[in-house]
Design a protein around this ligand. Structure first.
Ligand code: UDP
Ligand code: MG
Length: 333
C-alpha cells in the first residue's frame, strides 16, 4: 500500500527538521512505499527554503508552495490533489499529531476502513476552553445535518475513494471537519492524548476560533435561517396578543401615556433580533457571492522534489488557468 502524507506548513521553519527526523524514523516502519507532500502555505519565514533543502536531500519528500497564504483548508486541498498514494494521511507540521499512530491507522485502513480518524483528548487544555468546546459541539450537532465530533480534526487517513469524494466537493467555503463527516464511508476512530506544540505558536486566536465556530454552524444548511422564521413567528404572535390587550385597555380606560419602558424594550429587542438575522442572511449571501466567482482554491507558485529541479510556474493566464482550474472542473474531467 502506497502511503501519501500531506502536511500543510505555515511559518513552520523551526520545526521542520524535527519533523523530517521523526518521519524518516517512523514511516519506513509503516510502509516501504511512501511519499511526504509538504505544502508551504505562503509562509513569511524560511519554510520554503527548508522544504527545498529537504526535498533535494530525500526523494521521498516533495513540496508545493502556494502563491500566498490561502489557509489550512486550501493547503490541505492542494496536497490532497497532488497526492498519489493508495491511502492519504493528513497531518500537522508541528508534531501535535503523533506520527507513531500512523501504523495503527494504516492497519485499520487495510482492514477496509475508508477513513481512520485520530481523535485527541482535550487533556492539558484549560478547563474553560474544554467546557466551551464541549458545549459548542452539543449545540452545533443540533443545528447541522452531519455529526461533528469533538477532538476529531484533520489528523486522519483517507482511502483513495474517500480522497476522490472529498475532491469532488467543489465548494469554495471549505469547512473540512464537516466535509469529512459529509462524505461518510466506514470510519474508524482511535484516541490519543493531546500533545503540546513543540515549536512556534498556534495560529489560532480567540477571534479565529469564534469565526471558525460560526463557519461550522453556517456551512452545512440553512437551518439558522429557519430559526429566524420560528423566532419571527413567535415574536409576531406575542406582539399581536400584546397589541390586542393594549387596544382593549385603551378602549376601556382611555390612553395613559406612560409606557416608555415597554416601548424601549420592544424597539431594542426587535432591533437586536433584526440585526442578528440580517447578519445571518448576509453570511449566506456572502457565501453565495464567493461561490459564484468560482475562483480557484489556491495557486501554486513552485513545486519540487519530484526528482527534477524545482519548477517555478510562470505567471500569466495560460498557465494560471491550468494550475488554477476550479476544483469541480478538475474532477469532472
Ligand atoms: N497552517 C496552514 N495555513 C495556515 C495556518 C496553519 O497551513 O494559514 C498549518 C500549520 O502549519 C500546521 C497546521 O496547519 O501544520 C495546524 O496549525 P496550528 O498548529 O497553528 O493549529 P492548531 O494545532 O493550534 O489547531
Ligand atoms: Mg498545531
Amino acid at each position: 500500500m502506497r502511503i501519501s502524507l500531506v502536511i500543510p506548513c505555515f511559518n513552520e521553519e523551526r520545526g521542520l527538521e524535527d519533523l523530517y527526523a521523526v518521519l524518516t524514523r517512523v514511516l519506513p516502519t509503516v510502509s516501504e512505499d511512501f511519499e511526504v507532500l509538504l505544502v508551504d502555505d505562503g509562509s513569511a519565514d524560511g519554510t520554503l527554503a527548508v522544504l527545498r533543502r529537504i526535498a533535494a536531500r530525500d526523494p521521498r519528500f516533495k513540496y508545493l508552495a502556494l502563491s500566498r497564504n490561502f489557509g489550512k483548508e486550501a493547503s490541505m486541498l492542494a496536497g490532497l490533489r497532488h497526492a498519489d498514494g493508495d491511502v492519504v494521511a493528513l497531518m500537522d507540521a508541528d508534531l501535535q499529531h503523533p506520527p507513531e499512530l500512523l501504523a495503527r491507522m494504516v492497519d485499520l485502513a487495510a482492514r477496509g476502513y475508508d477513513q481512520v480518524v485520530a481523535r485527541r483528548s482535550r487533556r492539558g487544555e484549560r478547563p474553560v476552553r474544554r467546557l466551551v468546546s464541549t458545549l459548542y459541539y452539543r449545540l452545533v450537532n443540533k443545528v447541522v445535518d452531519v455529526t461533528l465530533q469533538n477532538g476529531a480534526g484533520d489528523f486522519r487517513l483517507l482511502s483513495r475513494r474517500a480522497v476522490q469524494a472529498l475532491l469532488s466537493l467543489g465548494e469554495y467555503n471549505r469547512f473540512s471537519k464537516g466535509l469529512f463527516a459529509w462524505i461518510g464511508f466506514d470510519t474508524a476512530v482511535i484516541d490519543y492524548d493531546n500533545v503540546q506544540r513543540r515549536q512556534g505558536d498556534s495560529s489560532w486566536s480567540l477571534r479565529k476560533l469564534l469565526n471558525y465556530g460560526i463557519d461550522g454552524v453556517l456551512s452545512f444548511n440553512s437551518r439558522p435561517l429557519r430559526l429566524g422564521i420560528y423566532l419571527g413567528a413567535l415574536v409576531t404572535t406575542v406582539a399581536f396578543g400584546y397589541a390586542a390587550w393594549v387596544v382593549a385597555r385603551a378602549v376601556r380606560h382611555g390612553v395613559d401615556v406612560p409606557g416608555y419602558v415597554t416601548v424601549m424594550c420592544g424597539i431594542l429587542g426587535l432591533g437586536g433580533l433584526q440585526l442578528l438575522f440580517l447578519g445571518v442572511i448576509g453570511e449566506y449571501v456572502g457565501r453565495i457571492y464567493a461561490e459564484t466567482k468560482r475562483r480557484p482554491h489556491f495557486l501554486v507558485k513552485e513545486s519540487g522534489g519530484t526528482g527534477r529541479a524545482p519548477v517555478t510556474l510562470p505567471s500569466g493566464p495560460e498557465v494560471g488557468e491550468v494550475v488554477a482550474e476550479p476544483f469541480a472542473q478538475g474532477i469532472a474531467r
